[in-house]
Design a protein around this ligand. Sequence first.
Ligand SMILES: Cc1cc2nc3c(=O)[nH]c(=O)nc-3n(C[C@H](O)[C@H](O)[C@H](O)COP(=O)(O)OP(=O)(O)OC[C@H]3O[C@@H](n4cnc5c(N)ncnc54)[C@H](O)[C@@H]3O)c2cc1C
Length: 385
Amino acid sequence: MNKKVDVIVIGAGVVGGAIAYYLTKKGKSVIILDQDEAASGASGGNNGQISIIDREPGIELDWAKESMKLYKEYEEIDEFETDLELTGGISLFYNEDEIRIGREVIKKYNEIGYHCEILIGEDIKKQEPYINTEIVKGAAYCKEEGKLNPFSITLGFIDNAVEKGSKLFNKTKVLDFKVKDNLIQEVITNKGSFYAEKVVVATGAWTRDLMSKLDLDYKIFYGRGSLMVTNPVEACIKGPIVPGCFTIGTLYEGDWNLLGLTQHKNGTITIGQDTRSFNDYNKGISYEGTVHLAKLFSEHFPELINLDIIRVWSAITPHVADSLPIYGFSGKYHNLFVAAGLKGAFTIAPAAGKMAADMILEDTYDHRVEEYSPARFEKGEKYEN
Ligand SMILES: Cc1cc2nc3c(=O)[nH]c(=O)nc-3n(C[C@H](O)[C@H](O)[C@H](O)COP(=O)(O)OP(=O)(O)OC[C@H]3O[C@@H](n4cnc5c(N)ncnc54)[C@H](O)[C@@H]3O)c2cc1C
């Protein structure tokens, strides 16, 4: 029988990784379980962008600010590389209406101390010289945005936790739970049972399925996002480039194919993203979507059309019906903490993980996360998919 530990963390993505890292730092015994392996979910398949102006002022931006400091600390104390670069980022607008809404949006961030402006025409080229301003009519620039290395960060959290005594079990899928007196007594996996005082669910897109084993119906769904990556080339894209509809909130639900890209420290450029709604965790690639993405890239960067695309992949990422994370202790199972559906988690995971570790150990409680409580989905209603 596996020895009982302080905490079991289910899910070895950036969110579970950050929580395990801080719990281990606090001297707790931790087991991390993943159905596949560390960074095999959305955390290993994304664009590495730090996004600010698609977040509501409040705890998320506080987490973002603190996370940037924490990323620097990990490097300073030589724990792991993050490749963090605050290059400034732009969101792309294609017409006067979008630019007008963009102006309103950035006003809100300027008022709380961020450095944002609307760039028009040739000014966009000062940030991104290769962009086609025949198509892109304006851009919202935010100086505090940037990029990082999602693999290095996710594995950095997990490897550090393991070095300090935590145990990682790969290919260990949680299938069910044994419950008594509103407490999880046993976590049942394909490799046997595990026991802990507290259980953390950080299973991203898979959270709704897993929580159904506890008769809970969390309104957390998922989509499949595809990216492609080029061979390494000389620096030509400065900061993260994102679709303006993320910023002005006009992104429609369901399938979409919009241009967003990042050039990484090693010179490769990840180009996204084709997004499709699926219900079966299918990680296939859409041929039409990939072709459309390549066309979008060529139109936006006509001088870069000879770049070689060396790989295309998909990753599955969650979204919560009310767009808020599911974060906090369950109202029903008193030793269950959930951390799932954190949007663009790389901007906030270090601080959110640190706070989660404090909450799990009952060192602190922060009223700002009250509206994220899983209890909002524990009232017994069933949801349509
Ligand atoms: C194409 C794409 C581009 C993106 N671009 C960005 C970006 O530029 N910047 C950004 O910040 N974010 C981006 N994101 C979102 C980002 O990747 C996610 O917010 C983040 O990775 C979520 O982390 P997580 O730890 O919650 O989930 P995941 O990384 O998905 O981790 C969940 C883990 O749980 C495991 N698991 C699930 N069920 C079980 C079970 N029953 N038993 C055991 N283990 C289980 C899975 O195997 C997985 O490893 C992007 C996402 C996609 C798909």
